[in-house]
Design a protein around this ligand. Structure first.
Ligand code: ADP
Ligand code: MN
Ligand code: MN
Ligand code: MN
Length: 339
C-alpha cells in the first residue's frame, strides 16, 4: 500500500514566518526523499527562478491520517545546495554541534490564542468578557473556551511522538499553553514546529483558528509568550552554573542582541506589565515573574536545575532562540570551566 507523507516547512512570510505543507505519495518501503516547491508563492523565491528544495530532517507518525502515514519536517534549500536564507535550522546545527558536550536541554512553553472569526474564542460579540482573574487553569463553561480542541491537539501530539510535557488554560479567555521538552535544541525546535502545525490542523476541523500573535487582544489582557527553559549538564548539577548562565544573558549587548530575535512585536508585549519585564532592561531573579529570566524556586532550593527566559514571544522561531541561548550561555559556562 502506498502511504502519505505530509512535508512541512517554514516559509518566508514577513515579518512572521508561516508553516506550509503538502502531500507526497510514497510507495510501500520507500523513504521520504528530497522534494521541491514553488518558492514564489511562499516569499522564498522570484517567479523567474522559483524552485526551492525540501530536505526531510525528522519524521513522525501522522495522527490526523493514522495508519502508516507520516509528517515530515523539512529544511528549505536553494537549488545550488545552499540553505535558503529563511532556513534558521541550518544556523542552529553548527552551534548545537559546537556545544554538544554541554548537553543543553530546552523546554518551551507555547502560549497561543484561539480565534473564531475576528474575536478571541470566548469574547462576546460587540463586547468583552469579565476581566482577567478566573481563566488561568480554570474550569467550567463560563471560563473555558476551546477545551475540546485542546484535548484533541494533546492526543494528536502524543500519537505523533512529540515530547509534549503538559497543557494549561491561560490568563485570557481563549488563550492556552502547551509545553514541549525538555529536549535537545534541534529536537525541541523540530517538535515545537510540528506541534504548532498540529495545532492549526486540529483546530481547522473544529472551525477555529489559532494564532501565535503576541498581543492578540489590545488593552488589559495578557500577551502570549514562549517562555524558554534552559539547562546544561553543569546547570543540572551545580548552582554556580545556574548563576553564570543567568548572568551571561545580561552582559554587554546580549540583552538587545537576543531581544531583536525573540519574535515579532516583542517590544509591545514586554511592557513591564502583565507578568513581563520591560524589553530594554535585563534582570533575573528567583521566583520572579516580573524578571526577564526567572530561577524557579525549587531550583534555588535544590541548588541545581534550569533557568526560564520569559522574554520570547509566542511567535518566536525556536531554531533562533535556542541557538542564541546556547551560544551565549555555553560560551560563558565554558570560560568559567563549568562544563
Ligand atoms: P511555568 O511554571 O513557568 O508555567 P511550565 O510547567 O509551564 O512552567 O514549564 C516548564 C518547562 O520547563 C517544561 O517545558 C519542562 O519540560 C521544562 N523543564 C523542566 N526541567 C528542565 C530542565 N532541566 N532543562 C530545561 N527545561 C526543563
Ligand atoms: Mn507554563
Ligand atoms: Mn504561561
Ligand atoms: Mn513559564
Amino acid at each position: 500500500m502506498p502511504y502519505k507523507a505530509e512535508y512541512i516547512w517554514i516559509d518566508g512570510t514577513e515579518p512572521t514566518a508561516k508553516l506550509r505543507s503538502k502531500t507526497k505519495i510514497l510507495a510501500d518501503g520507500d523513504e521520504p526523499g528530497t522534494w521541491g516547491f514553488d518558492g514564489s508563492s511562499t516569499n522564498q523565491a522570484e517567479g523567474h527562478a522559483s524552485d526551492r528544495v525540501l530536505k526531510p530532517v525528522a519524521s513522525y507518525p501522522d495522527p490526523i491520517r493514522g495508519g502508516d502515514h507520516i509528517l515530515v519536517m523539512c529544511e528549505v534549500f536553494n537549488i545550488d545546495g545552499t540553505p535558503h536564507e529563511s532556513n534558521t535550522r541550518a544556523l542552529l546545527r553548527p552551534i548545537a554541534e559546537k556545544f554538544a558536550a554541554q548537553e543543553s536541554l530546552f523546554g518551551i512553553e507555547q502560549e497561543y490564542t484561539f480565534f473564531k472569526g475576528s474575536r478571541p474564542l470566548g469574547f462576546p460579540e460587540g463586547g468583552f468578557p469579565a476581566p482577567q482573574g478566573g481563566y488561568y487553569c480554570g474550569v467550567g463553561a463560563d471560563e473555558i473556551f476551546g477545551r475540546d480542541v485542546v484535548e484533541k491537539h494533546l492526543d494528536n501530539c502524543l500519537a505523533a511522538g512529540i515530547g509534549i510535557s503538559g497543557i494549561n488554560a491561560e490568563v485570557m479567555p481563549g488563550q492556552w499553553e502547551f509545553q514541549v521538552g525538555p529536549l535537545s535544541p534541534l529536537d525541541v525546535s523540530d517538535q515545537l514546529w510540528v506541534a504548532r502545525w498540529l495545532l492549526y490542523r486540529t483546530a481547522e476541523d473544529f472551525g477555529v483558528s489559532a494564532t501565535l500573535d503576541a498581543k492578540p487582544a489590545k488593552g488589559d489582557w495578557n500577551g502570549a509568550g514562549a517562555h524558554t527553559n534552559f539547562s546544561t549538564k553543569s546547570m543540572r548539577e551545580d548552582y554556580d552554573a545556574i548563576i553564570v548562565a543567568a548572568e551571561s544573558l545580561g552582559k554587554g549587548n546580549k540583552p538587545l542582541e537576543h531581544i531583536k530575535h525573540y519574535g515579532t512585536g516583542v517590544e509591545d508585549r514586554l511592557t513591564g506589565a502583565h507578568e513581563t519585564a520591560p524589553w530594554n532592561e535585563y534582570s533575573y531573579g528567583v521566583s520572579n515573574r516580573g524578571a526577564s529570566v526567572r530561577i524557579p524556586w525549587q531550583v534555588e532550593v535544590e541548588k541545581k536545575g534550569y533557568i526560564e527566559d520569559r522574554r520570547p514571544n509566542a511567535n518566536v522561531d525556536p531554531y533562533v532562540v535556542t541557538r542564541l541561548i546556547v551560544d551565549t550561555a555555553c560560551t560563558d559556562l565554558e570560560s568559567a570551566g563549568l562544563v
